[in-house]
Design a protein around this ligand. Structure first.
Ligand SMILES: C[C@@H](O)[C@H](NC(=O)OP(=O)(O)OC[C@H]1O[C@@H](n2cnc3c(N)ncnc32)[C@H](O)[C@@H]1O)C(=O)O
Ligand SMILES: Nc1ncnc2c1ncn2[C@@H]1O[C@H](COP(=O)(O)OP(=O)(O)OP(=O)(O)O)[C@@H](O)[C@H]1O
Ligand SMILES: [Fe+2]
Length: 556
């Protein structure tokens, strides 16, 4: 018998009825797919489920045939025809396991796939493996790149998030606050009367477009599409050429995704990025990510298109890794989960816990936005927001100038409110340059303790009481000197009196603890204690709300 693992994968979370056969010995991935194409509008869950019902048996049979043809079973095994095999039950199965997408996705579709997978596993008498679709989008990139511990940007229809491995899970470092990125684009194209899916049509139309101003919303590593999408529809209704709207949509939406990816690289210290999901087929998005990585000396990988859009190949590949780790499902525990989040999955197939790479504390430091020249002896830190080559020049100019001004203003304002921050020595908004006092001895990231987190959280409460948010409070944006903590990097801050904004501000800090700490729970408790001491209880209540919010609601 062969020693390598062979898995049959089945995918059907939304539109792609797909089956695949993966052989870990040859690394061959055979995929057979049948796409659902709505007659009008977006994806209708019931129609999509009917499509699964029709198409899944067909694609599974094709993948299974491939598995049988390429199966190098025992030489002594006499050739028997298919019907005889299944009834005799004597022959070795052509695969070691059946893997299927358990979620997230549309409930009616998932149930069809779950039923098919269970039946097949039983008839072949092999184990069942339940795969999280979003983790599969990530793992296929890690598999094809050979990268060790990359940050992953999943840009798909119903989702948009950043994942990084920490403490045996793929932690969500940042995500959309409303819809998935593909769904957002598809809604715009429905508005202008184009058929589903809209992504490729926007990409084609954008080629002839020019830049018009549209909203741009990032909060730490989270982001939102609702404002930009309604502005885009409005522009179109106002008579702005559709090519210009498409072009600008791509520039802003993909600019946002690229910016948060860079933040995640900066925060985790990783120098590897992989892309996943159907929107990853977009050449402009790939070019921006490529450019961003090149500018900061990181490596970028996007799998080939057949592995980016929904496909069973990625399910089979991750299924094989899980099977090898003994991570199989009993039939009675194999229920599907439409809201299955990637951070709910215990990562059983990775033994390594690679530590964060920690940057130097002297000379020139590259953050996500700026290059900072540090001179601890002279007590100065000079921060320059350099041009981002990936970003449209007009948008780039605007963001760098605005953020430099805001950083200067809020850094000083915070200090007047009693929050330790660097003294501002000089500002040149045109060069997007700030000269600041050097504060702290190290980042909070490298010196995490409950006391310090509590202190930082008290600072945050003070800002909120004064009517503004930090906007990007990660463990790299707090500095530590003994028991004293300082806040830096106020460029994403703004004035607001909304409880929701304060809660989001806390949420960003909380997420960065989960993403960077070896043992985050005591720190997360300290975050809440510190805030309770100086801040408003209702913000903490709203924080629970923000966390409990499922972001996989399909409203297409
Ligand atoms: C849960 C699962 O069902 C869901 N699947 C999904 O969204 O299908 P996926 O194949 O990953 O992505 C489809 C999206 O990808 C977009 N898309 C496809 N080609 C594109 C292109 N060239 N540019 C931009 N978007 C594109 C489509 O418009 C559509 O919104 C997901 O992964 O979120
Ligand atoms: N005033 C300062 N005193 C001491 N160190 C500083 C100061 N300002 C910046 N640094 C160091 O430089 C790093 C990058 O600075 P900063 O966070 O302001 O830049 P950035 O590009 O906005 O980073 P990011 O967006 O990744 O948080 C900080 O993490 C910190 O280590
Ligand atoms: Fe997907």
């Amino acid at each position: 018998m062969s020693s390598h693992t062979r898995v049959l994968g089945i995918e059907g979370t939304a539109w792609a009825a797909s089956a695949a056969c993966y052989d870990s010995g040859t690394d061959d991935v055979f995929i057979e797919s049948d796409a659902y194409q709505p007659d009008s509008g977006g994806i209708h869950p019931r129609e999509a489920a009917e499509h699964m019902h029709d198409a899944i048996p067909r694609v599974v049979e094709t993948a299974l045939e491939h598995a049988r043809e390429t199966h190098d079973g025992p030489e002594t095994e006499p050739p028997v025809d298919v019907d005889e095999r299944s009834s005799s039950g004597q022959q070795a199965a052509p695969v070691d396991a059946v893997a299927f997408s358990r979620g997230p996705g549309l409930g009616p579709c998932l149930r069809v796939v779950g039923t098919a997978a269970r039946a097949l596993a039983q008839s072949l008498d092999v184990p069942l493996v339940g795969v999280n679709h979003m983790v599969a989008h990530l793992e296929i990139g890690r598999h094809t790149s050979g990268f060790d511990s990359p940050v992953c940007l999943n840009a798909s229809g119903a989702n948009a998030h950043l994942l990084a491995y920490r403490n045996g899970r793929y932690q969500v470092l940042g995500e959309t606050m409303d819809t998935g990125v593909g769904n957002a684009i598809d809604k715009f194209t429905r508005h202008v009367g184009w058929s589903h899916p809209g992504g490729p049509k926007v990409e084609a139309a954008a080629e002839d477009g020019e830049y018009v101003d549209l909203p741009y919303v990032v909060k730490g590593m989270d982001f939102s599409f609702s404002g930009i999408m309604s502005a885009a529809k409005q522009r179109y209704d106002d008579g702005v050429p559709v090519e210009d709207v498409c072009y600008s949509l791509q520039e802003n939406i993909f600019g946002m995704l690229t910016e948060v990816s860079e933040r995640a690289l900066s925060l985790t210290g990783s120098d590897e990025l992989v892309l996943g999901g159907g929107v990853g087929q977009n050449a402009r998005l790939r070019a921006m990510l490529e450019e961003m990585c090149a500018q900061r000396g990181a490596r970028f990988h996007a799998p080939e298109p057949r592995f980016l859009r929904d496909n069973a190949g990625m399910i089979a590949v991750l299924g094989a890794k899980m099977y090898d780790a003994g991570d199989t499902l009993a039939l009675e525990e194999s229920r599907v989960n439409p809201d299955f989040r990637p951070d709910q999955v215990p990562v059983t197939w990775r033994a390594d816990e690679s530590d964060l790479a920690l940057g130097r504390e002297e000379g020139s430091v590259r953050g996500a936005e700026a290059v900072v020249d540090l001179d601890p002896d002279a007590g100065s830190a000079t921060k320059r927001r350099e041009r981002k080559e990936y970003r449209h020049p007009e948008l780039d100019e605007r963001l760098r100038r605005e953020r430099t001004r805001i950083e200067a203003r809020l850094t000083s304002l915070a200090r007047r409110e009693g929050v330790p921050t660097p003294v501002l020595r000089d500002i040149d908004p045109r060069q997007a340059r700030l000269e600041l006092e050097y504060v702290g001895r190290q980042d909070l990231r490298t010196s995490l303790s409950p006391d310090r987190v509590r202190d930082v959280s008290r600072h945050l409460a003070r800002l909120h009481r004064a009517g503004f948010v930090h906007g990007d409070l990660t463990t790299r944006n707090a500095r530590v000197d003994g028991s004293r903590t300082y806040l830096i990097d106020f460029g994403l801050g703004y004035h607001t009196d909304h409880v929701e904004d304060y809660a989001m501000d806390l949420h960003v800090f909380d997420q960065s603890l989960v993403g960077t700490a070896a043992d985050p729970e005591p720190l997360r408790a300290a975050l809440r204690e510190g805030y309770r001491e100086e801040g408003d209880e209702c913000v903490l209540e709203r924080l629970e709300d923000v966390e409990g919010r499922g972001r996989y609601v399909d409203d297409s």
